[in-house]
Design a protein around this ligand. Structure first.
Ligand SMILES: [Zn+2]
Length: 389
């Protein structure tokens, strides 16, 4: 069994469930921190474990360009490379490639683009995206889709939807054929590179047992721009293809929040109730709580980590810009209602000082608190769903 989704409680449309993947269990609804380049910026893996992060997101586009998916395969896969033995979800690379609007060209076969690092030429097809994600060794891979820019007119969204459906089919066919080539097989070979102490530290033997015979799972992605009828059609056609889980993509691309909510509300009831449902790239703390309440099981967003590096902290009392002069001698913790390792130990005054002095520790501490706040937001949502039962 490579993916198991057990729903324990429901409250209205919301569900409290356990998603079991090859590298471990994830309590849902879950927020997934983004580890773009094999790292959640500014936070080492042992602190992510301490925050009780159960699943991370990795970016296929970035890891493909640097250090390269074949290099990561040779090193035993992304889990081993970054010393993270809990689940990883990888995106398809589509979103990043389509963000390079100046540098790309789309055909039926795939997308050619130039690297943002050195301008070199590359080509991504659904098959290639699957190969890269299998080489990285993620627990959940995403189908290669065409993300529609916002705003897009109906014809553009319609065309993009058709491409996405054809690519979803190609993604699935290729993935099913090759998923057992996932890089976990490289374990035995690359373990020679590690000392005994390192091996026991990441408890490899336990992982090897658990991983035996398991394979990653592929999720389909619902597109359709901001048109409910296209969202519906895309969802229905993807459900016919029978993916083990479904994502709603192409949201939070600059549209008003009511529209994001409307697209989610339109799509969710069309996705199978017994399978995980993932909304990509959202959102603010109140948004993720709201969407979880609507029946979304998984979400990811760069917001808590990116905002932290700019000094924006999310707290139970609202947003706090730690750079503000008013915190210069404020001895209170960043959030008096937060029990994270930053709030237990440091003052607003100290965090402001680190930020103003441009110390690296500023990003570390701000990010830790914001992630703790997001994870706590989801923990409370899960608790509320369980209590209502
Ligand atoms: Zn805190």
């Amino acid at each position: 069994m490579s993916l198991k989704f057990q729903i324990h409680h429901t409250k209205g449309s919301a569900r409290r469930a356990t998603l079991t993947l090859p590298h471990g269990a994830v309590e849902t609804p879950a927020f997934m921190p983004v580890g773009t380049q094999g790292t959640v910026k500014a936070v080492p893996q042992h602190l992510l474990e301490e925050l009780d992060v159960r699943i991370l997101l990795g970016n296929t586009y970035h890891l493909y360009l640097r250090p390269g998916h074949e290099a990561i395969r040779r090193m035993g896969g992304l889990h081993r490379f970054m010393s993270w033995d809990r689940p990883i979800l990888t995106d398809s690379g589509g979103f990043q490639v389509f963000s390079l609007s100046e540098l790309r060209k789309v055909t039926e076969e795939g997308v050619s683009f130039r690297s943002h690092i050195d301008g070199s030429s590359h080509f991504f097809s659904p098959e290639h995206s699957m190969d890269v994600q299998i080489a990285l060794g993620s627990d959940i891979a995403m189908a290669f889709d065409e993300c529609t820019e916002h705003p897009a007119d109906f014809a553009r969204a319609r065309g993009s939807l058709d491409v996405t459906l054809r690519w979803a089919k190609r993604s699935k066919e290729h993935f099913e054929k090759h998923k057992h080539e996932r890089s976990w097989d490289g374990r035995a070979q690359s373990s020679e590179l590690r000392t005994q102490a390192q091996r026991s530290a990441v408890s490899d033997q336990r992982s090897e047992l658990r991983l035996d015979g398991q394979a990653p799972s592929l999720f389909g992605i619902v597109q359709g721009g901001m048109f409910p009828e296209l969202r519906r059609e895309c969802a229905e056609r993807l459900v016919e293809m029978d993916f083990p889980g479904y994502a709603i993509g192409g949201l939070s691309v600059g549209e008003p929040r009511e529209l994001t909510r409307e697209m989610i509300a339109t799509t969710l009831p069309l996705l199978p109730a017994g399978k995980p449902r993932y909304v990509m790239g959202v959102g603010y703390p109140d948004e993720i709580a709201e969407y979880a309440g609507m029946g979304v099981d998984m979400m990811d967003c760069v917001l808590p980590t990116r905002a932290a590096r700019h000094g924006l902290l999310f707290t139970s009392e609202g947003r706090l810009n730690i750079k503000n002069r008013q915190y210069a001698e404020d001895q209170n913790p960043p959030d008096p209602n937060c029990n994270c390792l930053v709030c237990r130990r440091y003052s607003r005054a100290y965090l402001r000082h680190l930020m103003v002095a441009q110390e690296s520790l500023s990003s570390v501490l701000n990010t830790l608190h914001n992630l703790a706040f997001y994870l706590e937001t989801m923990r409370k949502v899960r608790e509320e769903i369980a209590e209502s039962a």
